[in-house]
Design a protein around this ligand. Sequence first.
Ligand code: GLN
Length: 474
Amino acid sequence: MSDALSLTAAAAAARIRAGELDPSELWHGYRERAAADRHNAYVWVAPDGDAPGVDPAAPLAGVPVAVKDLFCTEGVPSQAGSKILEGYRPPYTATSVERLTGAGAPLLAKTNQDEFAMGSSTENSAYGPTLNPWDPARVPGGSSGGSAAAVAAGSAPWAIGTDTGGSIRQPAALCGIVGLKPTYGAVSRYGMIAFASSLDQAGTFTRDVTDAALLLGAMAGKDPCDSTSVGLPGPIELPSRADLRGVRLGVPEELTGEGIEPGVLAAFERTLDVARELGATVEPFRLPHAPHALAAYYLIAPAEASSNLARYDGVRYGFRADGVRDLLHMYTETREQGFGREVKRRIMLGTYALSSGYYDAYYGRAQKVRTLISDDFKAAWERFDFVATPTAPTVAFELGAKTADPLAMYLNDFCTVPMSLAGIPGISIPNGLSDGLPVGFQLAGPAFSENALLDAACALERAIDFRDAPWRRG
Ligand code: GLN
């Protein structure tokens, strides 16, 4: 069985389809591994018992999937890493998860995350931090750190998460796996517990790029329950490209210099050389407003969060404080006890930024910066097919290293936030090690360029031939 657990999801699906692998064996193998997880990657694992019935002819052929806690799953705890949702079991399932189970991927487990997806290290979870399978003294990145750690450790074949400013790409980088954030609107947000609605986007954590294409193809699509969803212009093809002939890569000077660790930059340069060897042209250019992306993001995201999180008042979901005097006291005590520090910080920041008199100075200006960043990318697409950057400025850091310094934590998303503000797709692939820890390479493309992006990432992945991930060791 450990042999089957070392296959990529696409390879496992092919074996199931060929009648060479029993999907219930695969299910039990992963379920046992997930139940024995030592990285606190999971907040819920499917109970032991009969394997779910699957149709081997379905697109995902019975390969189980792990799902970030903030996706609503009917009758299964969905707590978004927060105490305020403790014990919440939604009466419905998120569209993206429905699509995956409908395509033949049963729900294996729910994964740990930063509370309401606010964070870059999964240390902000009310259910304890997740540990990085490469080194349990280090963080897996965040906010989807549980999904990243699960896939890296090999206790799940693949997983889904959400990315608002980097929460798929950055943990994928820190855990040495592939993380894809699709174009905003490609995947339905219906049933995703909201953080910042104009930025939140579901995406994939996988062992390789082919698996990312397979999983995205199954979950993407327009959904009548989410008016901002548009789906993708056509089906996702499995990537097959082995070269980059004719591909023009732009390297933004603003995101590839100051603030990036030397070991990360060295890996980045090596990958650019690989891209050149595969036939790509590589040229530096300017994304002049990118350095302002973090500041704009940390106004827009908290503003939207302060509004989205107003619904947690102790009346409807999960947790309610005991021993309260009256209705107002019930609200305030529930929120005081139910939210963690980072969430409270964001609610205060967002409420301030939206308050009358400050709206134009903060939220309004941040929205203008967002437009300028989008325009920078639009100009880039006239010259380039893709933009390349390191995914995260550093490799995985030690637990506790940045918890006392929110600004240092926010800098993790320096290279990923611009794409989020522009709503464009980005993928992180592992591109080597620095100090024995994995480094991620980010490729971003125009809106709805997923097929081309996956193809280019696939060509690079083959040439890089990264072989160190813990999941390979079983
Ligand atoms: N780290 C960023 C934040 O804390 C991004 C999180 C995310 O993408 N969900 O907001």
